[in-house]
Write a protein that binds this ligand. Sequence first.
Ligand SMILES: Cc1cc2nc3c(=O)[nH]c(=O)nc-3n(C[C@H](O)[C@H](O)[C@H](O)COP(=O)(O)O)c2cc1C
Length: 415
Amino acid sequence: MTKKVDDFRLKFGKQELVPIMIGGMGVDISTAELALEAARLGGVGHVSDAMLPTVSDRRYDTGFVKEKLKQYKYNIDNSDKTQIKFDLGQLAESTRLHVSKTMERKRGSGMIFINIMEKLTMNGPRETLRVRLHEALSAGIDGITLAAGLHLGSFALMEDHPRFRDARLGIIVSSLRALQLFLRKNVKTGRLPDYVVVEGPLAGGHLGFGMDWAQYDLRTIVNEIHDFLRAEKLDVPVIPAGGIFTGSDAVAFLQEGAAAVQVATRFTVAKECGLPPDVQQEYFRAGENDIEVNGTSPTGYPMRMLKNSPSIGSGIRPGCESYGYLLDANGRCDYIEAYNREVAAHPDEKKIAVFDKTCLCTHMRNFKCWTCGHYTYRLKDTSRKLGDGSYALLSAEHIFRDYQFSTGNKIALPD
Ligand SMILES: Cc1cc2nc3c(=O)[nH]c(=O)nc-3n(C[C@H](O)[C@H](O)[C@H](O)COP(=O)(O)O)c2cc1C
């Protein structure tokens, strides 16, 4: 008989879940509302920890960004941003607010995790990451997915937290080597990850590959990781991600031994998703040639996005006095350097254009960097076109259930 995703279960101890995980999408693209739906339907949803102070201002009426800007206003015209630091108390408070307010609303038998990216180095990588990890655990998150980085020290940073052993902790890797490094570094904590998300080259957001991403293949990496874990007798659930577009795509991985799948792109056109509706129409309309992987992210990782993202070529002033999430341990960011170079080259120009890098904080905050998965061009096949030429947004429940119950590579259209 043809299998469907619902014939499988993701098991965490005694808990059984629908093996569908909606991946974290920063900055508040994977909203609390989206994660809550995944949990209500018995799967796993993610909120994102990216830029929580500004997310908190928008959602919970706090004034973190204003306060930070007030403190560092004097530095706006200075090309050197090394003095800009995060107030750890405010950072903790924003994490606490977002996580606790989300968890209070949780219904159903599923779980809500938080996606925490190491690349958000915040001019103080260790202290800021420690605060974010600890506060998420203290505020009652069900689990943490360590993302965008090798996270060689992240378990150790949480080791002294009372929930270190009962919260679900997982990591995203894009190669066997990254997983091996992580496991080796964490031997001394005496704790294995509860799951490993294996993200292939077709995912949205940042890619864990170089610009040669097209030479890699998710299935091959998943198989290598399965073989390694089996050989080492390590029982760690493996969760493939990146380009799993239909229930049948998911079933193929589940039949090959995956514990669940992580998906995201299909949910970018959900009503509960944080992208503004006009941006969601851009995702629907996109054709295959409208999507590219480029090097504009100052993180150094390639990123997939729509070619018409307003972030590309934008030469706005670096917004570090308000944000500054990508400032490295020395207070530097590649965008600042690219911007300063263009300003120096065009001293009389009012409007600067910067093409090689982007001010990712400001543009992600304002939904102007339209990052997306490879199969975004298929989103138009998942909905109906309305009389005015736009596409109908879908409910997260519709998309979730389509993954859960569809067979034969079919995609159910909304009523
Ligand atoms: C709009 C968008 C934003 C994303 N942002 C993040 C992020 O902040 N952190 C992260 O680890 N992954 C991020 N991802 C990757 C997803 O969590 C997920 O692993 C991947 O996109 C799954 O592949 P799919 O989109 O083809 O289903 C993002 C993906 C999309 C589409």
